[in-house]
Ligand binder design. Structure first.
Ligand code: SF4
Length: 345
């Protein structure tokens, strides 16, 4: 189901030619899927009926179904729960900024990376998403709101570099001039730090943004909150980021979730400043989201300010992530967890 939506125009041409139709139909089909965001063959009125029937029979497609939608009254953020064709549930978020709409999408159903502060990993990874299911989240939100999406962050559930090929195909589809044509510079891939995959991504020399979930300044601390740190040391992760910068000349964003008493002391800030000083980077401080399954608490406002101030002394550009949708279960993965509990899973 839905596999045809992962295809490039060249791949669609093969299908079309095998049906004895003209090659230009492939571009038309691609435009229906990715520009007009129409996934129902019956609506594709510039394609011959015969072709539509064959496609319907051999390449069934099913849109993502909105099963729940929560709108923030504070800032217009909307959280969506989508049901996939095999009834799995994923979560996406629309955030409205002055500069345009940003959508945070999932790359997997669940996640097996085990980060201690994250609700998405509580039941592990169920499966990877298809590129079509990644673009589908954006199309469904765009159609539901009737608003254009101009920024994408792959920061919902899942580790997007685990299946690098899927993420690369997603970028190709969403960036395509015959589709939504969202610029690579408006796409951010967030990773917990898979070193070989960061290097492989760097080799692609794309202009997308890399966000690295750092969250600690020593291997010991990082290992305590992120199991992946047992596989790759901080030194290796930072070396991979340097490599990414060297290949792409793009600034790397380091995500740092502040957890009270865990990683928010002045000495942590100094160590972080020392590690990142002079690097083409930016730190995004995130007051950690409290989730039912874990006991972490968000840092106090005074600790956050102190942390930011120290980083600035080191000349490291730092921002504090604005908490959006605070009134609607904002934390990543929480809405889905709540829905699954309700469904008895
Ligand atoms: S933070 Fe990201 S990588 Fe870590 S468990 Fe959650 S979804 Fe997976």
């Amino acid at each position: 189901m839905n596999e045809i939506l992962n295809h490039t125009i060249a791949e669609l041409e093969e299908i079309i030619l095998a049906y004895g139709e003209s090659k230009f139909r492939a571009k038309q089909l691609f435009e229906w899927f990715h520009k007009k965001m129409v996934w129902d063959y019956d609506e594709m009125n510039n394609l011959p009926l015969k072709l539509r029937d064959k496609l319907k029979e051999n390449y069934p497609i099913q849109s993502l179904r909105i099963v729940e939608k929560l709108c923030s009254e504070i800032d217009g953020t909307i959280k969506y729960l989508f049901e996939l064709s095999d009834s799995h549930i994923i979560e996406s978020v629309l955030m409205r900024y002055k500069h345009g709409n940003s959508v945070c999408i999932s790359s997997q159903v669940g996640c097996r990376m085990g980060c201690k502060f994250c609700a998405s990993t509580v039941e592990g990874r169920v499966r990877n998403l298809l590129p079509a299911e990644m673009v589908g989240q954006i199309y469904a939100i765009s159609k539901d709101t009737n608003e254009r999406v101009s920024n994408i962050v792959i920061m919902g559930s899942g580790e997007p570099l685990e299946e690098l090929g899927v993420t690369l195909r997603f970028v190709e589809l969403i960036n395509h001039p015959s589709g939504q044509n969202i610029g690579q510079r408006h796409i951010t891939v967030s990773t917990c730090g898979l070193v070989p995959e960061i290097k492989a991504l760097a080799e692609e020399k794309l202009q997308i943004n890399l966000a690295l979930s750092l969250h600690a300044t020593t291997d010991e601390r990082r290992q305590a909150i992120m199991p992946i740190a047992r596989k790759y040391s901080l030194e290796e992760v930072l070396a991979a980021c340097h490599y990414f910068i060297e290949k792409t000349n793009r600034r790397v964003t380091f995500e740092y979730a502040l957890i009270e008493g865990e990683n928010d002391k002045e000495e942590d800030a100094r160590r972080l400043g020392g590690l990142l000083k002079g690097m083409l980077c930016h730190v995004n401080l995130i007051p950690v989201n409290q989730i039912d399954e874990r006991s972490y608490k968000s840092s106090k406002a005074s600790s956050i300010e102190r942390f930011k101030g120290v980083l600035e002394q080191y000349g490291v550009p730092t921002t504090l992530r604005r908490t959006l949708g605070a009134d609607i279960d904002a934390a990543c993965g929480q809405l889905r967890r709540r829905y699954l509990k309700k469904r008895g899973e």
